[in-house]
Design a protein around this ligand. Structure first.
Ligand code: GSH
Length: 249
């Protein structure tokens, strides 16, 4: 599958790049960002997939989260795709900010008019990893997944539906039916997150299930922080290190 380079910037000793390609699953052009640490010049590297939240593109994480220095230090490639198909002309896809364009929810839609394009689950778990493994110095045996908000939920459903595929987990939803290899969840939540006070995020449910199932979870309620990338920027180093512990083991 042909990749077109959209941009390339030297960053943290490596390169922050963006590529475009024709997606088979989504039937449209898709962009994704890839950070290549200096180590990738000479070695195969593990890959951390980051999936973003509502309204994001491949740009939000790479321009706002400040992940590149920690990824360079730990020799980790970071792949951040767009959050939905775009420009497919699906009826209703631009009617609201929380469904459709910029809001693909990392699921494979089953109903018309969504089902032929809105296949973000297959895109992030199959098409994109194959593309990365075929075109970059990636070690296909060492991948993990993390995300924010819609992407935090997406990261956990990808992990739970593919036991053993991802080496580390970092998400905000229930793990009650999980029966795969051990999980180790690091969960940061801003105490002043506007979606938390609107009861749209339910970290207490995750904590309850994890204690019941004896799944290790470190939950940190961070005073004063909201839902924004300023919050992500503040704690991304801990999350990169958390993933590196497993990816570089
Ligand atoms: N409804 C608001 C909120 C959207 C929002 O908070 N999106 C989060 C993910 S759920 C985000 O990462 N926004 C992009 C950014 O802050 O760069 C909007 O449309 O701007």
């Amino acid at each position: 599958m042909a990749l077109t380079q959209v941009s390339s910037n030297k960053c943290a000793g490596g390169f922050q790049k963006v590529f475009e390609h024709d997606s088979v699953e989504l039937k449209c052009k898709m962009k994704f960002a890839v950070f290549l640490p200096p180590k990738a010049e000479t070695h195969k590297c593990p890959v951390l997939y980051w999936i973003s939240g509502l309204t994001c593109t491949e740009q939000n994480f790479i321009t706002k989260a400040g992940s590149q220095l920690a990824a360079a230090d730990n020799g980790i490639m970071v792949v951040a795709p767009d959050t939905s198909p775009r420009g497919c002309g699906v009826e209703g896809e631009d009617d609201g900010w929380d469904l459709g364009t910029g809001a693909g929810f990392y699921v494979d839609a089953t109903q018309e008019p969504w089902k032929s394009n809105y296949r973000m689950y297959s895109y992030v778990t199959r098409e994109l990893p194959k593309l990365i493994n075929d075109n970059f110095p990636a070690d296909p045996e060492r991948m993990s997944i993390s995300g924010h908000s819609m992407g935090g939920h997406g990261a956990l459903i990808c992990a739970l539906k593919n036991p053993g595929k991802y080496k580390a987990y970092d998400a905000t939803v229930l793990a009650s039916g999980y029966a795969g290899p051990p999980l180790d969840i690091l969960l940061d939540q801003g105490r002043d997150d506007q979606f938390l006070s609107a009861s749209q995020l339910l970290p207490d449910n995750l904590i309850a299930v994890c204690s019941e199932k004896k799944i290790p979870v470190v939950f940190r309620l961070q005073p004063g922080y909201d839902h924004s990338y300023f919050f992500i920027y503040s704690f991304i180093n801990d999350h990169i290190k958390h993933h590196a512990k497993y990816l570089n083991a």
